[in-house]
Design a protein around this ligand. Sequence first.
Ligand code: 9MR
Length: 301
Amino acid sequence: ALKTYCDVIVPMNDLKWEALRHERDSFDFSGADELVAFAIANKQALRGHTLLWGEALPPWVKTMSSRAEAERELIRHIEVVVDRYRGRIATWDVVNEVIRFDPREGGPYRDTIWQRLLGPEHIDIAFRTAASVDPKARLVLNDCNFEEADAGTAERRKAALAIIRRLKDKGIPVHGLGMQAHLYGENAIDSHGIQQFMRDLAALEVEVEVTELDVIDWKLPADSGTRDRASASLVAAYLDAVVSARPPKAIVTWGLSDRYTWINETFPRKDGARARPLPLDADYKPKPMMAVLGRYRRGAG
Ligand code: 9MR
């Protein structure tokens, strides 16, 4: 399925600190190397996810206690990882989920070990280091919850724009905003808000990409046909909003088949039915969502 349907491969978990850094003083690239080799053998592009996140960290990271220590570890991590895949991983989610879920409660930055020890500058350090190791890489700020019509979402969009503006003002390269797009089936897409956000990002001269698309279908109808059609319509509404304002650099789903998805555990359905968040069902048969994605596939016109 990966060979048939994908132009871009993203190691979902194998490039996280938790996977690479069991030990403080060594790196384990076994999982990531395998996926990178797979993508290259199949002439697929690669996205690297992710160089800095407040989650999926090995226990030793949480024992760091000083600014100098955090800065040293962060820089070393990014230097080693970006250098290893230089020329092979063309795009990096340099930072992931650094914006607070609701910036009205306590400011724009998410409370993580990086924010606690380094302040907002953790973002600058990450981008600056990645750029210095691989000046040709596309460097992306990846974050979530940009698609709904509530006040918190509006603040998140503002926070993303402010971070990008700050990096640009300091001469630190940033090339794109990654919009995760874990879409809640029960909520409406804010098409106008998304289109305005796309224009605001264009004014800052950054590209956009959809990086973790899937549908949180826990509250959609039980009937699988009805559910799949509802999910496909939601994805269409979202992508139409984005594309009508500005074609994204890539559209990437968070998984491919319903057989493997985080949604089952994180958003279990009350009726116990399996989640159906992705374009292929658990038996790898294409669902209506795949037809929607096909309309936007590179070369599809
Ligand atoms: O889908 C991922 C799941 O398998 C991992 O256990 C989890 C922690 O590493 O991360 C999930 O992926 C997340 C991604 O890295 C960032 N955005 C939210 C995704 C879903 O939680």
